[in-house]
Design a protein around this ligand. Sequence first.
Ligand code: ADP
Length: 307
Amino acid sequence: MDSTIEVAGLRKRYGTTVAVDDLTFTVRPGQVTGFVGPNGAGKSTTMRIVLGLDAADAGSARIGGRPYRSLAAPLTEVGALLDAEAVHPGRRAQDHLLWMAQSNGLPGRRVGEVLEQVGLASAARRRAGGFSLGMRQRLGIAAAMLGDPPVLIFDEPVNGLDPEGIRWIRGYLQSLAAEGRAILVSSHLMSELEETADHLVVIGRGRLMADTSVADLVARASGSRVLLRTPQRSETMTVLANAGATVASIDHNAVTVDGLSAERVAALLGAAQLPFSELGVHRATLEEAYMELTRDAVEFGAQGATP
Ligand code: ADP
């Protein structure tokens, strides 16, 4: 089966709230696509529509060219974790998965396999009600993997995981993508996906803000700013400003330079016999790139009093 997810012209409104606004993007097999945006941006709504749990007002969401609801054996085609709390607290982990496997015609041996994959084998007989949020996330991921599907959709799977769990999920998502699966994973924190995602779909207030590779987004936000250290900061700033650059000091011996290439900065300082070290191009973090993109789209910012 073709495991591409295609969202086209998707719109969804709840009362007067526009949750998803003309959203178009594609999730391709073989890579981890990060779905990022501030809380309330419309990520969960989009995922619910892709999974046929909510109806769009306009547009379409297709998996392998078909709407989710027309898939013959959904668990073997798409695995999803939307809400880790959606497990009966009195049920043992293995019974929860066994019930899912049996009701979907999947072999019972998958239960042990997926529990092993997500690191929950030793907790198989424990009741889900006693699980930490991190363990419930792992159980939800195990459930998504039951049918060994080529498409996986995870909503904020990093929430509640401890540092070891975060390292685990990063590697796990990448290994699933390396097997050729299409992985869509959401987060409201760009830094969570910095080392995990290959591609990013960034949304704000339901609208697409960027659909780009991680490398391109960072390069765009980094611009052409040069960073350098010098023990003679004020002389350096004068020389570079006289050459037309915009120079700003960031601490007592470091400055940023806009408007001149690193080579030109080196030549000017050499000619003026000013010493410098660590001359390099400033590389934005993914978090900086994200802040830049979403600055105007934060729905519930610091002053946001709306519940
Ligand atoms: P995200 O997952 O990015 O945090 P959501 O998709 O949950 O965003 O929400 C997008 C917007 O739609 C928010 O303003 C949210 O309050 C609203 N919303 C989501 N689901 C519902 C619903 N069932 N009823 C009313 N409003 C909703």
